[in-house]
Design a protein around this ligand. Structure first.
Ligand code: FAD
Length: 458
């Protein structure tokens, strides 16, 4: 598709009925609206359509088609690869669409596509309810759910996408459909893992669960010198956990800006406080922590606890893969790589999969990663643009060094901008061909390709 400048007549026509805002370069608010979470992404859309509802989205999609503009969809804007925006195209920006409607009796919530997990938890926790969401509360519900949705509740309640009951979607021709087990079930299957490939999801309906408001959670941190023992202990602890307890491990820097390197375990137990206290005891008992901040806390607080480590506008470059296993050699290599980390915001994170998330079949949803084990995230983050080369090189070199310990699976939501083509097919593994067939049915011209793109079947 060519990136022709938007014709003034058509935009003026659209503006007459558009409930939201249409921003051109130079308009007040344009500079702020074009920015996404990752400060490395610096794109300038020809138009930004800040939608207010379904009709705005449908009109924006039709305008893009009529004008041959490339389309990007912005939910929370957190995608590290910067897929929420596009040079010279149309950004369909849902960030003003944050309505959340909880049915406490039915234990469901409808949420608009621009909500973040902070917005979502505020409303659902009023009723002591929640569903699995991201571990950083400023992340959008939309991109996170459509690509997977790993989070603190996944041991007990599986992924965010496993809790999706229905979605209201604007398709590439501007029509609106519902996807659920009963309506357009092929589309519903594909949306649960296939990302933004199939249309713009205006509304998400989730299943909710009783969670908190008080849970047991927090972080325990040890000096970097103890990393070998801490990560081996992490492996032992995660070998048998109750579903209620999800524990991530890793090597990080202190958030106080001192640059101090730490080995950490971060966790959430979503059962009763008494069960939680008992379940975290083997973790709290271990070694001599520099900080033990595990205890009862509100679930919403846990969900925002890590936010400070991921400020909007910081520069990010990520690489990730599931590990075949967390061997001693893998731990040794992690420690070695982290010792060379050039940025005081860099991290090597291990996300543990067990329980409910692993009891869903590989082909039940488009998201295929259902084995018990660990996802490894090499997270390079920094603030000075002069350090770009060194910080990107560290992530690439660390990822290469850890390659011998990687399994086949990779999580598309952590892909950076340089993963394309075959990497996407490989990430979907046994589900890719079915995704291609559904893409050919709902978006044969690949209008929605600013994503981890699934090529329509020929
Ligand atoms: C600090 C940080 C923490 C994170 N933590 C987690 C975590 O705990 N668990 C986890 O699983 N992931 C996590 N992620 C990764 C996250 O899942 C992805 O970045 C995801 O893409 C974010 O969704 P978003 O709506 O904010 O992104 P956006 O950048 O707005 O969109 C991402 C992609 O989704 C598509 N999209 C967005 N909205 C819609 C929509 N309404 N309809 C159709 N397509 C849409 C876009 O086309 C784009 O390709 C984290 C990312 C960051 C930066």
């Amino acid at each position: 598709m060519s990136a022709a400048p938007a014709s003034g007549d058509m935009v003026a026509e659209l503006a007459r009925s558009f409930a939201g805002e249409i921003l051109h370069p130079g308009d007040p608010g344009y500079e702020q609206a074009r920015q996404v979470h990752n400060g490395l992404v610096d794109k300038r859309p020809a138009l930004i359509a800040r939608c207010r509802g379904l009709a705005d989205i449908a009109d924006a999609v039709r305008l893009a088609r009529a004008q041959g503009l490339e389309v990007a969809i912005r939910g929370g804007g957190h995608n590290v690869a910067g897929r929420a925006t596009v040079d010279d195209g149309l950004m369909i920006d849902l960030s003003s669409m944050k309505g959340i409607f909880v049915d406490a009796k039915a234990r469901t919530a409808r949420a608009q596509g621009g909500a973040t997990w902070n917005d979502f938890n505020r409303e659902t926790q009023l009723h002591g309810l929640a569903t699995t969401g991201g571990v950083v509360s400023s992340t959008g519900i939309a991109g996170l759910t459509l690509g997977g949705g790993l989070g603190w509740l996944m041991g007990k309640h599986a992924l965010a996408l496993d809790n999706l009951l229905s979605a209201e979607v604007v398709l590439a021709d501007g029509t609106v459909v519902t996807a659920s087990e009963d309506e357009n079930p092929d589309l519903f299957w594909a949306l649960r893992g296939g990302g933004g490939n199939f249309g713009v999801v205006a509304n998400f309906e989730y299943r909710l669960h009783a969670v908190g408001p008080m849970i047991t959670g927090g972080i325990v941190a040890y000096p970097f010198a103890a990393a070998w023992d801490v990560l081996r202990h992490y492996r032992d602890v995660t070998a048998s956990l109750p579903d209620e307890l999800t524990v991530f491990g890793g090597l990080v820097h202190a958030m106080d800006g001192s640059g101090e390197k730490l080995a950490v375990m971060v966790l959430c137990h979503c059962g009763t406080l008494a069960e939680g206290e008992q379940a975290v005891e083997p973790i709290k008992r271990f070694g001599t922590p520099a900080l033990d901040a595990i205890g009862p806390m509100p679930y919403s607080q846990l969900n925002a606890m890590l936010d400070g480590g991921y400020p909007r506008g910081a520069l990010n470059y990520w690489k990730s893969s599931f590990l075949s296993r967390l061997s001693d050699d893998a731990i040794r290599t992690m420690i070695d790589c982290f010792g060379r980390c050039p940025t005081p915001m860099g991290q090597l994170l291990i996300e543990h999969f067990h329980g409910a998330v692993t009891r869903v079949g590989v082909t039940d949803t488009a998201f295929p990663h259902r084995a018990e084990g660990y996802n490894m995230l090499v997270l390079s983050e920094w603030t000075e643009p002069g350090r770009n080369d060194a910080c990107i090189a560290w992530a690439r070199e660390s990822f290469a060094a850890l390659q011998p310990f990687m399994g086949g699976g990779r999580y598309v939501n952590y892909f950076d901008g340089d993963e394309q083509g075959d990497a996407v097919a490989a990430a979907y593994g046994p589900n890719y061909r079915r995704l291609q067939a559904i893409k050919a049915k709902y978006d044969p011209e690949n209008v929605f390709h600013m994503n981890q793109n699934i090529r329509p079947a020929a």
